[in-house]
Design a protein around this ligand. Sequence first.
Ligand SMILES: [Zn+2]
Length: 284
Amino acid sequence: MSNAIRRRILPAIVFAVFFVVTCAGLSFGAPAQGMRLYVLLNGTMTIDKGYLTAMKDVGKPITIPIPAFLIVHPKGLVLFDTGMNPDHMGEALKTAELPVQSEDQKLPNQLKKLGYSVSDIRYVVLSHMHVDHAGGMNLFPKATFVVQKDELKAAWWPEPFQRFAYVLPDYEGTRNFNFMQLDSDWDLFGDGTIRIIRTIGHSQGHQSAVVKLPKTGTLILTGDAAFMDDNLKGVVPGIVWSPEKAMESIERIKWEKERSGGAIWFSHDPDFFKTLRLVPEYYE
Ligand SMILES: [Zn+2]
């Protein structure tokens, strides 16, 4: 290489190397090393499938998982949803939904298996505050709850037709807990690894989480924005506050999947749930 060429090419190479290194260091949304996601089974309910799929399989009983998800992030532990507390449900709800929860499935015992206690949780993200998602709120007085503000309001004074799904004892003791009240999307740690997205429709202030793991890639924890695959195929969810908003949110979830190449994780699809690895196994 002649000196003249070298003079011309070297600065370009130096610039290119600098550019690549800088971009790698700053790349937004790069997975955080050491992140893990655990699937916690908190119990089951047996309900009418029509709750999940309007006008389809109505009257058919279905036993659904009640999950919660623990995300281990370098900046702290994040719990997505808190499952159910059958002791808080009145007899009518227990008779309608047949909750089953073993001692082993209670959240403190699930966490204990991993060497954690309830006080180790930094953030509790609630998809919404229905009976099968807010049941364990009382267990986490030290955590910061991440909830859409209109969900909090709806839970405290639900529309009459949604009242059966909210159980006041789940959260009446939580008024002085620490709440991050959202009214839009939120990037929990500011690094793109856990994005909360507003997916209202099932309830007034519903939200889902888009989690980016180092090896597994992107997982979209739908909460109840999509109960099961039927809903992605156009079957309107059975329990909804607004069918129009619910279907818009399902479209949003599909776009999140398309953009990330990730997977959609349903809340209450028994067949899908069978494919998941449960505590103490994990996704990384
Ligand atoms: Zn649910």
